[in-house]
Design a protein around this ligand. Structure first.
Ligand SMILES: Nc1nc2c(ncn2[C@@H]2O[C@H](COP(=O)(O)OP(=O)(O)O[C@H]3O[C@H](CO)[C@@H](O)[C@H](O)[C@@H]3O)[C@@H](O)[C@H]2O)c(=O)[nH]1
Length: 277
C-alpha cells in the first residue's frame, strides 16, 4: 500500500448497495491508470468507497481487492445517510491534494479517471465531467423523464454557475478549494453545484471533460421524488447564498431613492402646506 506522501489523488465513491459494481469499478479505474499513456501514475492514487452500512458484502469485497494489491479502502457510516454527506466525508478522508467524485454504478466511465485527475491543477481547481459537451450523445436508453428532469434542473441552476453540467456527479476539486467551502448542504444530492457556489470557483478555474453518461450497470437509482424536492430546497438556499447581498443592496437603494423623492416632493410644496405634514 502507498504511503501518505505518495498519494496525490483520491477518488471518492459514494455507495449504497453497490456491491455488484465495486469490483468492476475499482479494477477498471486501476487498469486505466496503469496504461502507459496515463497522465497520472497509479501509485499516486487511492480509491475510497463511502458506504452507508449497506451490509451487502461490499466490505468483504473491498478487503479481497486490497489483498490483490489495489489501493482501495471502505469507510462504513452507520449513523449518517445521504449522497452529499458521503462525498464530503470522503473528501475529508482523502489524502490527495486532488479529489475526484464518481458514482459506483459505472455510469461514469472509469477510463476517464486519469484525464479527470490530470485536469486538476493550482489554476484549474475544479473539473467537471459534462454530459453536454461537443460530440457527446446521451445514451439512447436513458429514460425520457430523466432527460426532462435533468434539463429542467440544469436551467434552474444557470444563474448560479457558468459550468455546463452542474448536476453532474462526476467531478473533481482541489483539496484547498474544498476546504474553503463553508456550510455545505449535507442533505442535498447536488454536491458539485454546492461546491461550485460555496467554494467560489471562478469560471476560468473550471475544466470540463465531456463524457457519455451510460445506463446503470447493476442495482437501482436512488433518485426519488423526495430527492427532487430536496434539490429545489437546495436551489433556494443557493440563490439566497449567492444573491442575498445583492437583494439587500437593491432594497437599501430603493429606500434611499424613495426618501430622496419624498424630500424633493416636500420641498416643492408651498411652506404652509409643508407645515400640515
Ligand atoms: N453512501 C451513500 N451513497 C449514496 C446514497 N445515495 C446514493 N448513493 C450513491 O451515489 C451514487 C449515485 O446514486 P444513484 O442513485 O446512482 O444516482 P443517479 O440517479 O444515477 O444520479 C446520478 O446522476 C445524476 C445525474 O443525472 C447526478 O446528478 C447524481 O449526483 C448522480 O451522480 C451511487 O454510487 C449510489 O450508490 C446514500 O444515501 N449514501
Amino acid at each position: 500500500m502507498s504511503s501518505r506522501q505518495t498519494i496525490h489523488y483520491s477518488v471518492i465513491v459514494p455507495a449504497f448497495r453497490e456491491n455488484g459494481n465495486i469490483r468492476p469499478l475499482v479494477t477498471r479505474i486501476f487498469a486505466a491508470l496503469r496504461r502507459a499513456d496515463s497522465p497520472v501514475p497509479a501509485e499516486q492514487v487511492e480509491v475510497i468507497i463511502v458506504d452507508d452500512n449497506s451490509r451487502d458484502g461490499s466490505v468483504e469485497n473491498v478487503q479481497s481487492l486490497q489483498q490483490e494489491g489495489y489501493n482501495v479502502r471502505i469507510v462504513v457510516r452507520t449513523t449518517e445517510r445521504g449522497l452529499s454527506s458521503a462525498v464530503v466525508r470522503g473528501f475529508q478522508e482523502g489524502m490527495g491534494d486532488n479529489m475526484l467524485c464518481m458514482d459506483a454504478d459505472l455510469q461514469h466511465p472509469p477510463e476517464y479517471v486519469p484525464t479527470m485527475l490530470a485536469s486538476l491543477s493550482p489554476s484549474s481547481t475544479f473539473v467537471l465531467g459534462t454530459r453536454y459537451g461537443k460530440g457527446v450523445e446521451m445514451d439512447k436508453d436513458w429514460p425520457v423523464h430523466r432527460r426532462i428532469i435533468s434539463a429542467g434542473a440544469r436551467i434552474l441552476a444557470l444563474p448560479l454557475t457558468s459550468a455546463s453540467d452542474p448536476m453532474s456527479g462526476f467531478f473533481g476539486i482541489r483539496k484547498e478549494s474544498f476546504l474553503k467551502a463553508r456550510n455545505l448542504n449535507s442533505q442535498g444530492f447536488k454536491i458539485a453545484l454546492d461546491l461550485l457556489v460555496k467554494a467560489h470557483i471562478p469560471p476560468h478555474a473550471i475544466a470540463e471533460v465531456p463524457f457519455s453518461f451510460g445506463i446503470r450497470a447493476e442495482g437501482e437509482s436512488k433518485l426519488t421524488g423526495k430527492v427532487m424536492i430536496k434539490y429545489l430546497e437546495q436551489l433556494a438556499e443557493l440563490y439566497w447564498y449567492k444573491f442575498s447581498a445583492l437583494v439587500v443592496f437593491l432594497l437599501v437603494l430603493f429606500v434611499v431613492v424613495l426618501l430622496i423623492f419624498a424630500r424633493s416632493l416636500m420641498s416643492d410644496l408651498p411652506p404652509a402646506a409643508q407645515h400640515k405634514y
